[in-house]
Design a protein around this ligand. Sequence first.
Ligand SMILES: Nc1ncnc2c1ncn2[C@@H]1O[C@H](COP(=O)(O)OP(=O)(O)OP(=O)(O)O)[C@@H](O)[C@H]1O
Ligand SMILES: Cc1ncsc1CCO
Ligand SMILES: [Mg+2]
Length: 326
Amino acid sequence: MEPSNLNEEQDQNSWALNAWTLLSKLRDQSPLIQCITNFVSMDLMANTLLSAGASPAMIHSIEEIQDFTPHIHALCINVGTLSPAWLPAMREAALVANKAGKPWILDPVAAGASRFRLKACLELVGLNPSVIRGNGSEIIALSKASLGATKGVDSSHESMDAMEAAKSLAQSSGAIVAVSGAVDIITDGHRVVGAHNGVSMMQKITATGCAVTALIAAFIAVDPMHALEATASALSIFGIAGEMGMDMAKGPASLRMHLIDSLYNLDQAAVSSRLKKNELLSSCVDSELLPGMVCPPSIPRGKGMLSSLSATIVHKELIKFMENIR
Ligand SMILES: Nc1ncnc2c1ncn2[C@@H]1O[C@H](COP(=O)(O)OP(=O)(O)OP(=O)(O)O)[C@@H](O)[C@H]1O
Ligand SMILES: Cc1ncsc1CCO
Ligand SMILES: [Mg+2]
């Protein structure tokens, strides 16, 4: 086996082991996850958390936050069916979670659909979420702080289209930013990881995005010091459950059922054999190359030129290029 393939295989194995370790911890510890979420997603979100081993609580009244939120292990805030009455509770819960040192995640559903929603999402971003998870259109709207990138709750962008927006949002907010899609992208603003599990039919079940955001909350509850790895692991685990569910499903409704069953029954063998993850390189920007490196012509150049080339492929391309110019 070539050394680069060996490295890639070792990398996959360590991601898979980490994802499995976190899922096992989650099952052992059963973290309490407070969800302030939309009316559409409450059921799927709670069932996803339960089947993964966590303990969901859909508690959103502002009157309960001071008593309840200090005792949770992580908080999930989702603005899907936002109305002005809900916003103070979201704000308060985020502040109490921060004060109690509990991680929290924001799902900026349809962030670019209205000024009210965008302003609310930007305000919540300012309250230091550990993670922000959205689809491509939502992350672009949030990163540019502008309306119109979205037609509603569904994405009109590929996740890859949002890579630079995700990096920039992560840098400006200090949060880990995750963009769901055919390839889930996870970034801290510098490192970019791609998680490749899942099936496209998952988009045909409402609130799968909301559910995976809640699952990320459960993963960061058990490993708050490694939010990027925990986020990537949750996305991979949910994607693997989707793939296994799809083997038994006839359409979206039965996929919903089989996905939950697969998540509940997931074992280490399935995680090890199915998990697909790598480091992504968004583009080849001369100023970002290490001293002595050059950008080969076969790699897209400049910011905004997006590709899903793994660091290993780039490395191989660099070697080929250097050999040719010698
Ligand atoms: N083309 C695809 N192929 C594989 N998996 C996908 C694809 N698109 C989405 N997914 C997976 O489906 C799940 C939901 O992602 P999606 O981007 O649809 O979220 P969303 O738009 O926020 O959904 P919702 O608002 O309905 O909750 C994620 O786990 C994601 O990885
Ligand atoms: C369909 C829908 N509308 C508001 S929230 C929601 C669930 C998916 O985000
Ligand atoms: Mg969504």
